[in-house]
Design a binder for this molecule. Sequence first.
Ligand SMILES: [Zn+2]
Length: 334
Amino acid sequence: MDDKTTPIYQPVFLPWHAPVLENMLSLKQQQRLPHAILIDAKSDQDGIGFIWHFMMLMLCEKPHDLSPCGRCQPCRLMLSNSYPDIVYVTLLYDNKNKKMNKNIKIEQIRELIHELHLTRRYDNLKIAAIYPADKMSIEGSNSLLKTLEEPASHTLILLITHNRGKLPVTIRSRCQIWPLDHPARQTSMEWLQQQGMNEAAAEQYIDFSEGDPQLALKLQLGEYASLVNQFKHQFALYLKNEIDVSKLSSSLAPVEVSLVRRLIRRVVTAYCYQFVGLNAKGVVSGVVQKPAAQKVLLLASRLDRQLRVEESNLNLQIQLEDVLISLKQIIKFE
Ligand SMILES: [Zn+2]
């Protein structure tokens, strides 16, 4: 065979995926697998790699220690991304508009349902995976609903999301929900050190990533710690009226958007907390009675909310300048 198709998806296993995988294998063994599973993944770094491992392990003829054997026929077909009884639906790139589609379209879901009802090629489960499931269009979700209510036999629908709350209740209530959480701090520390981070950096980056070790690694590659320091410095200059708001926001222009959002949330929120006498976790560290405290806290929570909504990317600079100007107006008279 000369057909050397380059594999696109590869399985990824991380130690803290173990509980979910163990659960799956044990239910499979008892033939008690549900028809629909919603994986509620806390880390947005867990995506197709996790899904591929999950499905490959489920289909493997000789799994060992939560790893697929890699040699049986299902494993080989999964590794070459050519297993016939799998449908994977995700966001597609729109060639015409030259960008990713904002949602998973109804045509994709219809196609998936159609595939699920076709005869299986192998005597095993037929699996349909949807990621990120919260990006399904309303029409798409509605059309999936009927299949969730009346599942075809020998099928499993696997939904994966990082925003469970954004999925319609009707969908959530028809799935078994399996949480995939961040690991305990000690596990994160060990894993990051195995990836070559020293202990102090690992400590620091686990905090930056709010307990997500994969994100911690990504932030370190982006030299996030020095970005935080640079932005803190610029922010202090801004508060002292030494630079204006556009200079401050343009200092972030070369930085990747998701990092910028995280950076601002961290630095500005920390400043607001400190201003009203709270420590970084929002716990009272000293009694500070300032008339503007209430307003500053409201502003901090507005900023936090805005920056967590990824759809607001487009207006990031306007939002940031708006918040920074408001902040200065509030604290001016203290
Ligand atoms: Zn195998």
